[in-house]
Design a protein around this ligand. Structure first.
Ligand code: ATP
Ligand code: MG
Length: 589
């Protein structure tokens, strides 16, 4: 194991993140007996989002790379908000990202052990039951520069605390009436040391432990001990936990002492290391906000392609490889930042360029008649699936006299620099011929003056693959589908859900102005993009009916799309993943 780890370390010469440097050094120094164990600890109170993907990538990625193990641990200490549905979704998303856990563990598996530890701490005079209200406790906290005040219950007899602690779990106590607090230091510089709450009364069943518990442990009294009992060596989390770290270490020390082990922990303890959160422009994270948007119908569920959830990103057509490439690019640092969505999109485009199958779809159609091609004739061509990857092969497309092309590809009064169709202009039809519009009578209009048909002639010797003329034209290559052979499809063009760069800050500032403490749906609404979804009926080539949900596609000249899970061969649905170029920057100048 050590040799393998060393070999891998040797092979990796590029710059490592500071987290990886720490892990690498610990392994080199033989800490933890050369073991590496991490965990990813989601609270199953919602679906995972792109921020979690960053944590997943390092928790699982680093274990995989250095021959360690990463467990998936559900941080299920709050039955008010948690649900089995979320557990299943979390597992699916991690697998989709391409990671494997060692074991699936639950914080609730440790409820008895945590309870016993709490009892032992009461006995040792390190914890007490406080009967004050949450407001009273908060008012005694002090400030970072002024000490707090001791609770009047702080020095109550051990027996009393033991009895009341039992009562807290009896099911007969009102939630909020009492809490168990650690007796540390109300004057500590670290606010988390000012007698933090260890247990609270919730009086509700837990989806895993049923009615056994009515009092539940707090995050801070759970996380470190779970890490310690499981043998986690590196506990990676985000920067907001920096100030919790001393408490994390203290509770681990206490757990060890209470188990009758007074040896110092030294290297054999879990070490918490914090890195910056992922945050992107034009998206709003946090499961609480996302749940609100789902409940209020702002989006169509957790996997709406506009959601920043992993399932939303999957449905939108971003690939796991593209997501991971982006996370690699932004790296892990010790300061929070807001990354540009355009950086994410560019990473995704690079990835999709390699894997998307090229097809033709006409989103805004107008008919083109090839006047010198016979009515009933059909030509069949082999269209390359992906010029970036020969191995992807080809598929058949049909050419006939009447084609759909994009309305934008024709202009009656075309300026000189318009290199598409217009009177006397030439273009190449992708995979087919060069065609030329006549100077006169090149289109037909309806009574309202709308163009309904465009006329052109093909130039026989310019056929793709067989060209025996080296005719060069100024016009571009345009895409098309054969009217007789194409299919209708629903195309969902998604755009950014939020109009502002930093919805998190803008919404919370607005909420403050409105005198709201927490953001609600009404504070979100003014910032939503009213045009985040445009549904169109398009004509697409018929090969698309053979594509499966989530397949990656490029609608040539338009953008990257994928097959929506709602799609059936009889009613095809495609989602726009991202345009071919960054158009947003231009529009919003
Ligand atoms: P949210 O507030 O968005 O619901 P959370 O931190 O409450 O997120 P958890 O389920 O508790 O979500 O988090 C599981 C792990 O994912 C934690 O280690 C947490 O630090 C990490 N994580 C959460 N959000 C981000 C983010 N934006 N970037 C990187 N890691 C994150
Ligand atoms: Mg949370």
């Amino acid at each position: 194991m050590e040799n393998l780890a060393e070999e891998k370390l040797e092979a990796k010469k590029e710059s490592l993140s500071f987290v990886e440097e720490i892990v690498k050094k610990d392994l080199e120094e033989g800490k933890n007996g050369g073991r590496l164990q991490t965990r990813f600890p989601p609270e199953p109170n919602g679906y995972l989002h792109i921020g979690h993907a960053k944590a997943i990538a390092i928790d699982f990625g680093i274990a995989e790379k250095y021959g360690g193990v990463c467990n998936l641990r559900m941080d299920d200490t709050n039955p008010q908000k948690e649900d089995m549905e979320y557990v299943e979704a979390i597992k699916k998303d991690i697998e989709w990202l391409g990671f494997k856990w060692g074991n699936i563990l639950y914080a609730s598996d440790y409820f008895q052990q945590l309870w016993d530890l709490a009892v032992e701490l009461i006995k040792r005079g390190k914890a007490y039951v406080d009967e004050q209200t949450a407001e009273q406790i908060a008012s005694q906290k002090g400030t970072p520069t002024t000490p707090g005040t001791n609770s009047p219950y702080r020095d109550r007899p051990v027996e009393e605390s033991l009895r009341l602690f039992e009562e807290m779990n009896s099911g007969n106590m009102e939630p909020g009436k009492m809490v168990l607090r650690a007796k540390i230091d109300m004057a500590s510089d670290n606010m988390h040391f000012r007698d933090p709450i260890m247990y609270r009364v919730l009086n509700m069943p837990h989806w895993r432990t049923g009615n056994k518990w009515n009092a539940y442990p707090m995050y801070d009294f759970t996380h470190g001990q779970c890490d310690y009992w499981e043998g986690v060596t590196h506990s990676l989390c985000t920067l907001e936990f920096v100030s919790h770290r001393p408490l994390y270490d203290l509770f681990v020390d206490w757990a060890k002492q209470c188990a009758g082990d007074d040896q110092p922990l030294d290297d054999n303890r879990p070490r918490q290391t914090e890195f910056n959160k992922l945050n992107l422009t034009h998206i709003l994270l946090s499961k609480r906000n996302l749940l609100l948007m789902v409940k209020e119908g702002v989006v169509n569920g957790w996997d709406d392609p506009r959601m920043p959830t992993i399932c939303g990103f999957r449905r939108r057509g971003y690939s796991p490889e593209g997501i991971k490439a982006f996370i690699d690019k932004i790296g892990y640092t010790k300061f929070d930042a807001l990354n540009q969505m355009s950086l994410f999109e560019s990473a995704v485009r690079d990835d999709l360029n390699k894997r998307a199958q090229r097809v033709s779809a006409v989103l805004n159609p107008v008919k083109l008649v090839i006047t010198n091609f016979p009515e009933d004739a059909v030509e069949v061509y082999q269209a390359q699936n992906n010029p970036e990857n020969e191995a992807d092969g080809t598929h058949e497309i049909e050419f006939s006299r009447e084609l759909w092309i994009e309305r934008d590809d024709f202009m009656e009064d075309a300026p000189k620099k318009f290199f598409r169709l217009g009177p006397g202009k030439e273009v190449r039809l992708k995979n087919s011929y060069i065609i030329r519009c006549p100077e006169e009578n090149c289109c037909k209009k309806d009574a309202d003056g709308n163009i309904v048909e465009i006329y052109a002639e093909l130039i026989p010797e310019t056929k793709t693959g067989e060209a025996n003329s080296n005719m060069k034209i100024k016009g571009k290559t345009i895409h098309w589908v054969s009217c007789k052979h194409c299919l209708e499809a629903e195309v969902r063009n998604y755009d950014r859900l939020w109009m502002v760069e930093n919805p998190r800050d803008e919404i919370s500032n607005y909420a403050k102005e409105q005198g709201k403490e927490r953001i609600g749906i009404e504070e979100m609404r003014p910032f939503l993009n009213p045009n985040s979804l445009e549904v169109k009926t398009a004509y697409v080539e018929k090969w698309l009916a053979t594509r499966k949900p989530l397949d990656y596609l490029q609608f040539q000249r338009i953008g990257y799309y994928n097959v929506d899970p709602d799609s059936t061969p009889g009613h095809m649905v495609f989602n726009r993943t991202v345009g071919l170029k960054d158009t947003w920057a231009k529009i919003n100048k």
